[in-house]
Design a protein. Structure first.
Length: 467
């Protein structure tokens, strides 16, 4: 007995195909399969494709973002709008206000004094759009004892007084906030399912045991239906997780643009991870960080699965070296649609061709996977696919026309497995997990104007999440 038969679907461009599913896996694919199950879905000619995998996002940050005050474009574009947004925010159970998405074009450089002029009565913390910095007002700075703290990310004025700006200190700051558990992930899981995403790679660095346990619990109890691949698990973690739908991938290393590490220290860190049997996933958003990483890898060597996260600026002269070293690039062209105007304003024109490369990497033989970096980038994969196709900034200007790829090629970059980003795409075939997406129309029609509206149902182990 089969559990489910999907009738009259388009599979791999062929119409009129049936797919039989049992025990969470595909058991047969072909025309006019016998129906021995009470559960039947008529695809009505719509395409059935493997579930999409977002190769780089941040689950708990997405959940927290949904409960936070937007402090940047498109809704907040100037100081008056920022003051209004913070003033209307109700605050959490402990009275704290959490803002996200701030960019300097709104009201300049924010520090404790500037935030106090907007709201001094309550503790307020606002995250920069990059995710790299928090800005605290006076009440928040006092609550976390910023003046007496010794974290290297705390910015100080010439007189030694903290400015309220804290870099790369999420874990440190979290430990000093009023106690609360990790945010629930059920709403995040539901949103991902609506977009056809059946698997994600959580790229949060240095996951503490509590955060990892919360993700695993959410997966095991079904609140988060997606499979999860973890980059932030401790270096000595086993790559095989006891949770069947949670796995451990390469180890995340952040090369912060606010301060690059010592060459020898980075080499020792990568060597240690490799010696433990894991690849590395290295955050590189600047030309300098990429060149530093390549120099270090020439010293310590590479391991299969080593990957570059973001690759926001990849000089053309490094592309062949990426291929020779066997490095994977996990990138986010969605940022061009989200903040392309900022790039065109803030970076040198000579760097425009190097922004979020896609086509040149693929043509050179570099494995490329697409992702969102949500909540810092647009989370909808169909929007990212559209951005990879047209590469338009919000004002309509095209950023890197020669890096455009087709919608079909962009989609395949979401169909590669968690442990092989940019590799061979998954297919609808017997024996494969029945994590699938049913579309309202044939795939070629959908890809003429990629949109999440085309998703009719997302199946996890053959169980429809949404019809």
């Amino acid at each position: 007995m089969t559990d489910l038969v999907i009738r009259n679907a388009e599979v791999d461009g062929v119409a009129g195909i049936d797919v039989s599913i049992s025990d969470g896996r595909i058991v047969a694919v072909g025309p006019k399969l016998p129906v021995t199950s009470a559960d039947l879905i008529d695809a009505e000619g719509g395409a059935l494709i493997p579930g999409l995998h977002d190769h780089h996002l941040h689950l708990h940050a997405m959940a927290a973002d949904a409960a936070s005050v937007p402090c940047g474009p498109p809704g907040v574009r100037d100081g008056a709008a920022l003051a209004d947004a913070l003033g209307r925010a109700p605050g959490d159970d402990n009275g704290w206000v959490r803002g996200v998405g701030y960019i300097e074009t709104v009201a300049g450089d924010l520090d404790a004094d500037a935030l106090d002029r907007l709201d001094a009565a309550r503790p307020v913390r606002v995250q920069h759009r990059s995710g790299a910095m928090w800005m605290l007002n006076g009440a928040a700075s006092a609550a976390v004892r910023l003046a007496e703290a010794a974290h290297p990310g705390i910015e100080r004025a010439p007189d030694g007084r903290p400015t309220g700006r804290v870099w790369r200190a999420d874990d440190w700051l979290r430990d000093r906030l009023p106690p609360s558990g990790p945010p629930r992930l059920d709403a995040v899981g539901a949103a991902l399912a609506r977009w056809g995403i059946t698997g994600v790679t959580d790229a949060s660095p240095d996951l503490d045991p509590r955060s990892r346990a919360a993700i695993e619990t959410s997966v095991s109890d079904g609140r988060l239906p997606q499979r999860v691949h973890l980059l932030g698990a401790a270096p000595d973690s086993d790559t095989a997780s006891p949770q069947g739908r949670v796995t451990v991938g390469p180890y995340k290393i952040v090369l912060a643009d606010s301060g690059l590490p010592d060459l020898d220290d980075l080499a020792d860190r990568i060597r240690d991870v490799h010696d433990r049997g894991r690849a590395v996933a290295v955050h590189c958003v600047t030309r300098e960080s990429l060149l530093l990483l390549l120099a270090v890898l020439d010293d310590v060597g590479t391991r299969a699965g080593d990957r570059i996260e973001h690759g926001a600026l990849i000089p053309r002269e490094t592309i062949d070296g990426l291929r020779r070293r066997g490095l994977i690039v996990v990138t986010q062209p969605g940022f061009l649609a989200h903040r392309g105007d900022d790039y065109l304003r803030d970076i040198d024109e000579i760097d425009y061709p190097d922004l979020y490369r896609c086509r040149s990497l693929i043509e050179a033989g570099v494995p490329v996977a697409l992702s969102s970096d949500a909540p810092y980038g647009p989370p909808d994969p169909w929007a990212v696919i559209t951005a990879a196709v047209n590469r338009r900034a919000p004002t309509g200007e095209v950023v890197g026309v020669s890096e455009r790829i087709t919608a079909a090629d962009a989609l395949t970059r979401y169909l590669t497995p968690a442990d092989d980003p940019g590799g061979r795409p998954s297919t609808v075939r017997p024996g494969a997990p029945a994590d699938l997406v049913l579309l309202h129309a044939p795939l070629a029609d959908v890809l003429t104007a990629p949109s999440a509206d085309a998703v009719r149902a997302t199946l996890f182990g053959g169980t429809p999440h949404r019809i």
